[in-house]
Design a protein around this ligand. Structure first.
Ligand SMILES: [Fe+2]
Ligand SMILES: [Fe+2]
Length: 147
């Protein structure tokens, strides 16, 4: 199954969040390529662990911002992160145990990257922008969302 590709319509407008999303897309594409090319198991395992670690970091970034601003969709968004994290972890662990889950793993990752961004991240970003009068990230967020 083809991996999801980045399009402008899933940009949140928040530099750090978009940069992290792009990194996740890139990691997913690398994993897809390595699976197709039958990369050495150690290489694939390392890349999958990298994906899990970066996913944790990304979720923590978004959740810290939502808490700081008092976002009322926090609980639903965090639950979505937890569910996805568990699904990715289970599929990744099975893959590392020697099951060939290429299609399943890519389907989960694609669903997460596209559907989660559409249903959770974009509404969160719209809400955060609504805190500003000028349709830009609130200045109080800038130290956290900019590198
Ligand atoms: Fe999210
Ligand atoms: Fe996200």
């Amino acid at each position: 199954m083809p991996t999801a590709i980045w399009t402008d319509e899933i940009e949140t407008g928040f530099e750090k969040i978009d940069a992290q999303h792009r990194t996740l897309f890139s990691l997913m594409a690398q994993i897809d390529t390595e699976m197709v090319d039958n990369a050495p198991p150690n290489d694939l395992a390392g890349r999958l662990r990298q994906l899990l670690e970066f996913t944790d970091l990304h979720f923590a970034t978004e959740e810290r911002l939502m808490r700081k601003l008092g976002y009322d969709g926090l609980d639903v968004h965090v639950k979505s992160h937890e569910d996805l994290c568990e699904r990715i972890t289970v599929a990744t662990t099975r893959e590392l145990d020697g099951h060939d889950l290429h299609g399943e793993l890519m389907a989960i990752l694609s669903a997460w990257l596209v559907e989660h961004i559409h249903t959770q991240d974009l509404p969160m970003a719209r809400w955060m922008r609504s805190l500003s009068r000028h349709d830009e990230p609130p200045s109080t967020l800038e130290p956290e969302i900019r590198k």
